[in-house]
Design a protein around this ligand. Structure first.
Ligand code: SAH
Length: 259
């Protein structure tokens, strides 16, 4: 018999894999996460994980929902971490499955800390983050030689639901020309105002990509000045990723995905 082409790590009972499910389309799962789905005894999953991905779990696996609603205070994060610890202590193979990448605005670090404190072995399995995969499905390059040499990933609200106050909008504005905003819909007016105050041009292109990589993906383009109105008028639904900067100009020509 031929040796297997891919050697997967052993998923040991009593350990936790903190994994990223990607932005939605199941074909964006990594082989490692797919393997984790088939090996896990328990899958503790987030609100943004697509049902078609959960359907890939082994038949005997227990699925536990541990989602949080965007913008609400994350009072139950400690409970989720404790759940992971308790399951691992019960000698389960625990897959903690999050949307996108677990370490990009995903509270993966807090769960790692809880596991370290409890002496539970863990592994981190990256996933395709919405700010990269979602842009690809909207035909928007994250970087392009002709437009931007840097990119900034930004969250539109903090764990307490407020616009981040530790962001230096002035320097952020002068930094990378492309800004990719996660969780930005609620505070889009504030974000726009702060960027305009800090000197970003009012006619700068903006794309809002709703439900990226799913069958309900929609992309709407506007300008920095009109983006908040455009979001409301088009009745775009969460989750949404917002892209600000010249790389948005590629969208029209590069749009390839028709859900
Ligand atoms: N860890 C995730 C991000 C979690 S924060 C990742 O790496 O993608 C949640 C935010 O991610 C949402 O508010 C939205 O801004 C973005 N997001 C996640 N999935 C998305 C999708 N399919 N389409 C558009 N935005 C998405």
């Amino acid at each position: 018999m031929n040796a297997p082409l891919v050697k997967f790590p052993d998923f040991l009972p009593g350990s936790v894999w903190i994994a990223g499910a990607g932005p939605g389309d199941p074909t964006l799962l990594t082989l490692g996460v797919h393997n984790g789905l088939q090996m896990a005894d328990v899958i503790v999953y987030d609100a943004l994980v697509d049902q078609r991905i959960l359907d890939l779990a082994a038949c005997g696996a227990v699925l536990e929902y541990a989602g949080k609603r965007g913008g609400r205070p994350s009072t139950d994060q400690a409970d989720i971490s404790q759940k992971l610890v308790a399951l691992a202590r019960n000698k389960k193979r625990v897959l903690r499955l999050k949307g996108g990448d677990p370490m990009v605005f995903g509270r993966g670090p807090q769960e790692c800390e809880a596991l370290i404190n409890a002496d539970i072995p863990f592994r981190i399995l990256p996933g395709i983050t919405a700010g990269v995969g979602g842009l690809a499905y909207a035909g928007i390059p994250v970087t392009s030689r002709d437009t931007n040499a840097a990119v900034t990933f930004l969250t539109g609200h903090t764990a307490s639901g407020n616009i981040p106050d530790d962001v230096d909008w002035e320097s952020l504005s002068k930094g990378a020309s492309t800004l990719v905003v996660y969780m930005g819909s609620k505070h889009l007016r504030h974000i726009r105002d702060r960027l305009l105050d800090a000197g970003r041009p009012a006619n700068e292109p903006v794309a809002i990509i709703s439900k990226a990589t799913t069958n309900n993906q929609r992309t709407v383009t506007s300008t920095l000045e009109t983006c908040a109105e455009s979001l409301a008028e088009n009745e775009l639904q969460a989750p949404m990723i917002i892209v600000i900067g010249p790389t948005v100009e590629y969208h029209e020509a590069f749009s390839w995905f028709s859900p």
